[in-house]
Write a protein that binds this ligand. Sequence first.
Ligand SMILES: [Zn+2]
Length: 453
Amino acid sequence: MLNGGVCVVFRMVVDGGTGTRCEWEGRWNHVRKFLERSGPFTHPDFEASTESLQFMLDTCKILVIGAGGLGCELLKDLALSGFCNIHVVDMDTIDVSNLNRQFLFRPKDVGRPKADVAAEFINSRIPGCCVVPHCKKIQDFDETFYRQFHIIVCGLDSIVARRWMNGMLLSLLVYEDGVLDPSSIIPLIDGGTEGFKGNARVILPGMTACIDCTLELYPPQINFPMCTIASMPRLPEHCIEYVRILLWPKEKPFGDGVGLDGDDPDHIQWVYQKSLERAAEFSITGVTYRLTQGVVKRIIPAVASTNAVIAAACATEVFKIASSAYIPLNNYMVFNDVDGLYTYTFEAERKENCSACSQVPQDLHFSPSSKLQEVLDYLTESASLQMKSPAITATVEGKNKTLYLQSVASIEQRTRPNLSKTLKELGLSDGQELAIADVTTPQTMLFRLSFTS
Ligand SMILES: [Zn+2]
């Protein structure tokens, strides 16, 4: 799994014990100040020693998920903080539009895997640091892979991927007689940014609020109210949405049945011109080609400084947990510099009946005459579940039966008629267990059908 000769040489040197690597006098002084003396903010149980630094340099293994805007910052911050043993997972390749903020990449790297280039950059720039790249999806790895890490840091832009990672770490937990074995916990540090807003959070799976506990904090995509778009536009975005939603299907500028393609410059140009006309009608300024494309493609501009702040907060938490020298963030920090600068920390609470981390099968309350479609709608629309394409199976008369599965076309076709059947017609009974699989988690979730009269 080690990548390249540099890492192997480095490992051999480390095996020799203390301080024989390519070090220089005072190299880690900036870190030693925090670990080798006490201070007003150190953890109550903290004892100053040289061991924490040695652990970070030699043993501590960190996984960074994502090598994009947050990932580049994270890798740099962690490597310069003394973490020498880092893996990075990212399935993307470098695009020219990444170069303004993803500073480990150069124009010559466009088209290459982000993970590979980021690792090469850090490994060549920071002596002794070994970043192992994986140009893969997080779903391509199993429990054995994830179990090898001490701490996992996420710099992702996808909620589904976050939830999957959260589910994976929850699946690694070991319970004995209902009591959680603390050694099975891998802390998850999660960073997220959206324009000028960001958040950093510390999750101790099974102990503190997980991603799914606070799913309501990630509202489904914001859409403008239709009445605003249709009759009272105030923002340039309203004008663009008017053209996108109402004018395009009406005027069919590129022929019947031609959908709006955000990557087609002719399409964007048409929407842009029509949006300008609409904006002029209501004396609204600010419609530009760039904004038009942004609204059509739902792009939220990435802001380098937000990434830098959030990654720094995440790397600090990794440092605090790895060294045990400071009390970690408890447990959710929001950052906003849209107008001025604002940060706020609060303790997100565990949800007692969280479908991901509560260990309790969820009750689904439906009437026997409800249709399976209603159950499916609930699973995808409920703010606390927000599933994407749930597959539902049940044991009926001793047989495992797939009630509905969307992801395989042939099975979808075969099970589609079930959607319009009632739960009773499907042979389901009160208290019946339903096993539900979805892309938001690596585990199958158990639900219990509770019939209402
Ligand atoms: Zn939870």
